[in-house]
Design a protein around this ligand. Structure first.
Ligand code: PEP
Length: 253
């Protein structure tokens, strides 16, 4: 039985004050939600991670980074390593978010290095995959998602990938208000789970959590998570409002 997982990606939003306020509101609002019923995480901007982690305090909410670099240390100006993120108390990292793929230009090869580095360094990667609108219109969704999952996990053993969460995030649904229908989400999630069973084994595929992301909101969260293979949500815009994010978490319980 997979425990649901709800995560908030704050992207390049909030400031020193509002990031702490948001973390405190989410922490206090979720204090009654049992840790065993749902996993929760927030992904603030790098610079606010230490104060957000402090504000989350003894809550059941984990913190994660939106990005990092795969090398351990050295002459990589501007980059942040896995060990630095571990050092300040991060648990999760996003790998291959669509904005990093399509705005910053990250490739499957780089994303694969990041997934491998995160696991080796003791962070839990959330590998994001998903098709562009043109790719969906051209019936290429399965092909794109299959390629991104295969390439993102290339070379990783079954033992290693048990640390991974997959997030299916159709690019056309991210930040657009155009949520995938529960059926569209289920079809893609089922595809990913079958692919994992083929790449590894059926037992492992049953254990790996697959989140949906793309304009998830309090009013569509329950229906999306009611799908058999939708194990939680990666939430962007709605995670910047504590009440909305808490309502989405409650829909998972
Ligand atoms: C995201 O950034 O991963 C995301 C799903 O954003 P939004 O919920 O705003 O579509």
């Amino acid at each position: 039985m997979r425990k649901p997982f709800v995560a908030g990606n704050w992207k390049m939003n909030t400031d020193n004050h509002s990031s702490v306020n948001l973390a405190q509101s989410i922490a206090s609002g979720s204090s009654e939600i049992a840790e065993k019923s749902v996993s929760m995480a927030v992904f603030p901007p790098f610079v606010y991670l230490p104060s957000v982690i402090k504000a989350l305090n003894v809550s059941n909410i984990a913190a994660g980074a939106q990005d990092f670099y795969f090398e351990q240390n050295g002459a990589f100006t501007g980059e942040i390593s896995v060990s630095m993120l571990k050092d300040i108390g991060c648990t999760f990292v996003l790998c291959g978010h669509s904005e990093r793929r399509h705005v910053i230009g990250e490739t499957d090869e780089l994303i694969n290095k990041k997934v491998a580095a995160a696991i080796s360094g003791g962070l839990l990667p959330v590998l994001c995959v998903g098709e562009l609108l043109d790719e969906r219109k051209a019936s290429q969704t399965n092909e794109v998602v299959t390629r991104q999952v295969k390439n993102g996990l290339a070379g990783l053993s079954a033992e290693k990938i048990s640390a991974v969460t997959i997030a299916y995030e159709p690019v056309w649904a991210i930040g657009t208000g155009l949520t995938a229908t529960p059926q569209q989400a289920q079809e893609a999630h089922e595809l990913v789970r079958k692919l994992l069973a083929k790449m590894y084994d059926a037992r492992l595929a049953e254990e790996i959590r697959i989140l949906y992301g793309g304009s998830a909101k309090p009013d569509n969260a329950a229906e999306l998570m009611a799908q058999q293979d939708v194990d939680g949500l990666l939430v962007g815009g709605a995670s910047l409002n504590a009440d909305d994010f808490l309502a989405i978490i409650r829909a998972a319980v």
